[in-house]
Design a protein around this ligand. Structure first.
Ligand SMILES: C[S@@+](CC[C@H](N)C(=O)[O-])C[C@H]1O[C@@H](n2cnc3c(N)ncnc32)[C@H](O)[C@@H]1O
Length: 382
């Protein structure tokens, strides 16, 4: 049996044993209090997700990333979760059923052999890829299938650079994290991942997290190798600001309210418009990204770069005074606002600032001929 095969057998055994309590154990890993959730959110933000995206979550485990991915891609998107361990996938299946998500496919496969769907929009792997002996090859295979300009993101643990080997062994063994620890330390897979990302992607970036105990590696697809796969036809992207699926919007709003902006994809930037129907006069709830300014918030009628404005754009034009829910000092509060559309030369400056803060809004502008409207929401007495 080769070293790779031995590692794989060992990992299967370890994760079959851990699967049942993985969600709980992982909160305490690698040590209690480790900012794993914050790192996960950061990795998912780095994907630059859009509504309707096809996402591969490689070595997805029990699917801890799925709720955050779902919030960003919506019902028109699709997640493919790939993992080696049947027991971990069984847990992922339960999570998918509990979430009522009809757009998640689960595949049992070794990452080293997995054939990525051509034209995949984004690829994510969290706390897993360094365990795959062929991790460099896996990065390259993913990069070859990735759409041009879209992201491959790897978040994983590493050894801090200055740590002597014996300290690392002692420290990691003490918290019982890694499966084949000696092999992992000697192999230094994070270095392999770093150079594979530099070789196969554009704009590869590398950020050390938590005193060098973890890393976030991000790169963009060159899009020069593959063509779109007919198995995954592109769907019309729908932005976060679309009214289309109330079920999805409801989930996003619920998570925002209950977690106070800590568990939702856009975090504390999310706001909920209570726009008043232009024709019906009824209230519609629209979760959108609110860009803070000194005078309130700015919102963008992007509809994910669709050719037409979202329904709420017309509502704000006809009924510019309404309520929003927003996070203020850590609490979700209701604020009366009045909306003013930013026009003329000011629009360009406003949009540039928004795209600098959240680059995917720059992508939306490239997808449409529309001059995507931006509104200033200014608080008024209720
Ligand atoms: C620490 S868990 C991380 C799971 C998940 N990504 C997360 O963030 O919670 C590592 C996962 O990698 C999977 N794994 C390990 N080696 C693998 C391989 N060669 N191919 C696919 N999955 C693998 C394990 O089954 C396990 O579910």
């Amino acid at each position: 049996m080769s070293t790779s095969e031995r590692t794989r057998e060992h990992l299967l055994e370890v994760y079959r044993r851990k699967a049942k309590h993985y969600d709980l154990i992982s909160q305490l890993s690698p040590v209690p209090g480790y900012p794993q959730h914050a790192q996960r959110l950061r990795a998912i933000r780095a994907l630059g997700l859009r509504a309707g995206d096809l996402v591969v979550d490689l070595a997805c485990g029990t699917g801890l990333n799925f709720p955050l991915l779902e919030q960003a891609i919506g019902p028109d998107g699709r997640i493919v979760g790939v993992d080696l361990t049947d027991a971990m996938l069984a847990r992922a299946r339960s999570r998918v059923a509990a979430g009522g998500w009809g757009n998640v496919g689960l595949v049992q496969a070794d990452a080293a052999d997995y054939v990525f769907p051509d034209g995949v929009d984004v690829i994510l792997s969290t706390y897993a890829l360094t365990q795959v002996p062929e991790c460099g090859r896996v990065v390259a295979q993913g990069a070859a299938a990735l759409s041009r300009g879209r992201r491959w993101v790897v978040l994983d643990l590493k050894l801090p650079d200055a740590t002597p080997g014996w300290v690392s062994r002692f420290g990691i063994a003490a918290v019982g994290t890694s499966a084949s620890l000696d092999e992992w330390i000697d192999r230094r897979p994070w270095e392999t991942i770093r150079s594979a990302m530099q070789d196969s992607l554009s704009d590869a970036s590398w950020t050390e997290l938590c005193f060098g105990t973890a890393f976030l590696a991000v790169g963009s697809g060159r899009g020069d190798v593959r063509v779109q796969d007919a198995r995954h036809p592109r769907k019309v992207p729908r932005g976060l600001d679309v009214d289309a699926s109330m079920g999805w919007n409801d989930d996003v709003i619920d998570t925002f309210r209950t977690s106070k902006g800590t568990e939702n994809y856009w975090g504390p930037k999310l706001i909920v418009l209570h726009s008043i129907g232009a024709k019906s006069g009824e209230i519609h709830l629209n979760p959108v990204v609110g860009f803070r300014t000194d005078g309130g918030w700015r919102v963008v009628a992007s509809k994910g770069g669709a050719p037409e404005n979202p329904a709420w754009y017309h509502n704000l034009r006809v009924n510019p005074t309404f309520e929003i829910e927003a996070l203020v000092d850590g609490d979700v509060v209701t604020v009366h606002v009045t909306a003013t559309e930013i026009t003329g030369d000011e629009w360009r400056d406003a949009y540039d600032a928004i795209a600098a803060e959240e680059p995917q809004f720059g992508d939306y502008l490239e997808k449409t001929d529309r001059r995507i409207p931006v509104f200033q929401l200014t608080p008024v007495a209720g």
